[in-house]
Design a protein around this ligand. Structure first.
Ligand code: ADP
Ligand code: MG
Length: 394
């Protein structure tokens, strides 16, 4: 267990907090502030404790240079509105300079300042000096609350931990609790659903989960690589050619480990990769040469939803079809609904899977939707994330 802000005395201390304020922007305006609002519990807690709060984040990819279109000024303004208080912001092209140092030194307990985009500095993504040391001079305690970048060792996500006591904020605490408990200490039966486009991307996750689950369900574009490995014709379906051998190995590993591996029984096929294409349903060994698999079929939906009803823990990563096209969203929608109704602990990892659950209106029915796309995948792979590993143990 990692220490959190609750486990350390922050009153009157200068606390450097790494947040994920990497919000979508259009014409200098924030188009979705969910990431800012998600950071508020940790910030409010620190304010209540009379800490001197110094916030840090990256936004976009300014590639180590100060680029005005990536300034965090709009984030400072939005934060000030949400917190209903002043958020000091100095638009320093070097992130830290004499003016920033003076402002940090003058902060009073309960006051908040935000630094400029950490990726204005080329050292940031390489976790190099002198930037880490410059940041470190500003504070006395490091709080990491940016799960989305926790799989990267950057100055502001991991480097700072070698200078001062380091603990997690509430967002990282929640991610570690739900992702960690689901995988390491699941109530059984434990079922994982893996989908998405390519098997290649997900092999390490599948291999790790295979050691833990009772049942592994495969859906989405990766199914066709498994079908190919089974010797079926897959027509124009998406194929991850290099992973055919791996798919075969995974099937053998599942058998050897006594893990139930479920593959689609039937598939909704289309002539073109288009919402308006003519479509038809085929059993998995009957896919016509001139069509492509776009979604799981009705037999598969009933097999999968029946299995999910019995589960006590469900981890889901990767949509079961091309859910962005309404004509091929039924399978993904049915799986989302099955999770919502399952009564199991349900954990969603992966950007597109999270988007699908939101889009179909089931978000508030899930136990936990991870906010970190790449980070949640690395977590499910069983990797130690540098932004979490660097924090103090309880
Ligand atoms: P996540 O972001 O949740 O980890 P991925 O990025 O791995 O998920 O996969 C999501 C993508 O997979 C979606 O864009 C979806 O359209 C695509 N996909 C799902 N099924 C198919 C399919 N049968 N053919 C092509 N693409 C598919
Ligand atoms: Mg994705």
């Amino acid at each position: 267990m990692k220490k959190t802000v609750r486990d350390i005395d922050v009153a009157g201390k200068k606390v450097l907090v790494r947040c994920d304020f990497n919000v979508p922007m259009q014409d200098g305006k924030i188009t979705d502030d969910i990431r800012i609002r998600s950071a508020l519990p940790t910030i409010r807690y620190l304010i209540e404790q009379q800490a001197k709060v110094i916030l840090m984040s990256h936004m976009g990819r300014p590639k180590g240079e100060p680029k005005p279109e990536y300034t965090l000024k709009p984030v400072a303004d939005r934060l000030a509105e949400l917190l209903e208080m002043e958020v000091k912001f100095i638009p320093s092209p070097t992130v830290v300079d004499a003016e920033v140092e003076a402002a940090a030194a003058e902060l009073q307990g309960g006051q908040v300042m935000l630094l400029e985009n950490t990726r204005y500095r080329k050292e940031e993504t390489k976790n190099e000096e002198p930037f880490t040391g410059e940041l470190a001079k500003l504070g006395e305690i490091f709080v990491n609350d940016a799960f989305g970048t926790a799989h990267r060792a950057h100055c502001s996500t991991a480097g700072l931990a070698s200078y001062m006591p380091a603990v997690s904020g509430f967002l990282i605490e929640k991610e570690v609790k739900f992702l960690g408990d689901a995988v390491e200490d699941p109530e059984r039966p434990f079922v994982a659903i893996m989908g998405g486009a390519k098997v290649g991307d997900k092999i390490p996750v599948i291999e790790n989960l295979m050691k833990k689950v009772d049942c592994l369900i495969i859906g989405g574009g990766m199914s066709y690589t498994f079908f190919k490995a089974m010797g079926y014709e897959i027509g124009k379906s998406i194929l991850d050619e290099e992973s055919i051998g791996l798919a075969k190995e995974l099937m053998e590993k599942a058998e050897a480990a006594g893990v139930e591996l479920l593959l689609p029984l039937d598939t909704v096929c289309a002539e073109e990769f288009s919402n308006d294409s003519r479509q038809a349903i085929f059993d998995r060994d009957q896919i016509p040469a001139d069509m492509m698999g776009m979604d799981i079929g009705p037999k598969t939906i009933s097999l999968y939803t029946e299995t999910l009803k019995k589960a006590k823990t469900i981890v889901w990563n990767g949509p079961c079809g091309v859910f962005e096209m309404p004509a091929f969203a039924e399978g993904t929608k049915a799986i989302a609904a099955a999770l919502a109704e399952s009564g199991a602990v349900t954990v969603i990892g992966g950007g597109d899977s999270a988007a699908a659950v939101e889009q179909f209106g089931f978000a508030d029915k899930m136990t936990h939707i991870s906010t970190g796309g790449g980070a949640s995948l690395e977590f499910l792979e069983g990797k130690e994330l540098p932004g979490i590993a660097c924090l103090e143990d309880k």
